[in-house]
Design a binder for this molecule. Structure first.
Ligand SMILES: *Cc1c(COP(=O)(O)O)cnc(C)c1O
Length: 376
């Protein structure tokens, strides 16, 4: 079988090593692996499965479709799966049946959840859903404002007394843009937790930090840290390589040299089988490189289905493998470098790799890896 024109190779062993490192780094806080946006292009189901196989007990899904897909794929209810963003009119019944933890930002959302819980409460096996009450500490994205917080908590406590929900966690999201702002958000959050407890809510788990602050600052880890980017080996703060913070990039984007044209004066242009239709940013041209046989060649143009690298004197041939980004082991740039050089985040680049690009999973603790370990 010939190699595909373009593929994203997802190294599950690199993922496992990142998760082990991050778990150790944030302990005794727990690590929640956030697999929203299809795990930033890495594939939410395979990534979540591998994470669970490696002992992760907490997954952040963002939306309920993702959360339910994880349960359907065998992520059992010994694993916390948290959703927190809902379209208006969301039907919460499937989520309650599947024991999804529910982030709640407003009394209106809480009402929709308790309505669904009431409908299900007479059925055998009904378990009141666990709530993560969300406070807005300055990001103004979602979450209850400080003014609305006591009303949200009191309504949740009342619903708990009616046997419809369980109060469980309090959380917020911080900007991770400045230390002072994050410190203020932490203070506001801890005040909110105190208020919630005074009003009778159980706050067994407090969480607010994501990749950046969670790795840098012990004081913001509290009971749980929610990480996406760092799990995939993409540093989310400036001035470090993945290796410097103990991480390995998980995704390698590979394509092939399709044709080589002489340009004269010893220069040639090589056509490589990945374009903006595959998610390569158009402004990669003139900024980043593709690597062939360990040598980086600047990308000169990005078209829909291919890109062009221009090179002086290099001997490139059709069929040569071109690595766009990866862990760096073949001389290639990392996706974080791509992000820096194209004015975006590495996260954004992996997330935008198109659905048409096949994902190939290597390593990991799945049946194939287990068979290999046993010499099969
Ligand atoms: C996306 C997201 C995260 C993870 O962010 P990273 O910076 O990728 O670690 C954590 N929490 C919430 C609420 C998010 O939406």
């Amino acid at each position: 079988m010939s190699a595909p024109l373009v593929e994203a190779v997802i190294d599950l062993d690199a993922l496992a090593s990142n998760l082990a490192h991050l778990t150790r780094s944030v302990a005794p806080a727990q690590l929640m692996v956030v697999v929203k946006a299809d795990a930033y292009g890495h594939g939410s189901v395979p990534v979540a499965r591998e994470a669970v196989a490696r002992g992760i007990r907490s997954i952040g899904a963002l939306d309920l479709d993702t959360a339910l897909a994880l349960r359907a794929a065998g992520v059992g209810d010994d694993v916390t799966v948290l959703a927190w963003l809902y379209p208006p009119g969301q039907d919460f019944e499937p989520a309650i049946r599947a024991r999804i933890d529910l982030g709640v930002s407003s009394v209106a959302e809480l009402d929709e959840i308790t309505d669904a819980a009431r409908r299900l409460s007479r059925q055998p096996g009904f378990l009141p859903p666990r709530l993560h009450l969300k406070l807005d500490t300055g990001l103004h994205r979602n979450g209850a404002t400080a003014a609305d917080w006591p009303a949200l908590v009191s309504a949740a406590v009342a619903a708990e007394r009616a046997g419809l929900v369980r109060t469980h966690a309090a959380w917020t999201h911080i900007a991770e843009a400045s230390e002072e702002e994050d410190t203020r958000a932490l203070e506001r959050f801890l005040e909110g937790v105190a208020v919630a407890r005074r009003l009778g809510a159980t706050v067994a788990v407090r969480h607010l930090a994501a990749s950046s602050a969670g790795l840098r600052r012990e004081d913001v880890r509290l009971d749980l840290v929610r990480m996406g980017g760092h799990c995939w080996g993409i540093p989310s703060f400036d001035g470090v390589t993945p290796a410097q913070i103990g991480l390995t990039p998980v995704m390698t984007l590979r394509a092939q040299v399709l044709a080589v044209r002489e340009l004269g004066e010893g220069r040639c242009a090589a056509y490589v089988s990945a374009g903006y239709g595959d998610g390569v940013p158009r402004n990669a041209a003139g900024r980043v490189a593709a690597t062939v046989h360990g040598v980086r060649h600047p990308i000169a143009r990005v078209e829909r289905d291919h890109l062009v690298i221009e090179t002086a004197g290099a001997e490139l041939e059709p069929g040569d493998a071109a690595v766009l980004f990866g862990p760096g082991s073949e001389g290639e740039q990392t996706v974080r470098e791509w992000g820096d050089l194209t004015g975006t985040l590495g996260d954004e680049i992996t997330t935008r790799i198109a659905a048409r690009v096949p994902r190939r999973y290597v390593g990991g603790s799945g049946p194939a890896a287990v068979a290999e370990a046993h010499g099969a």
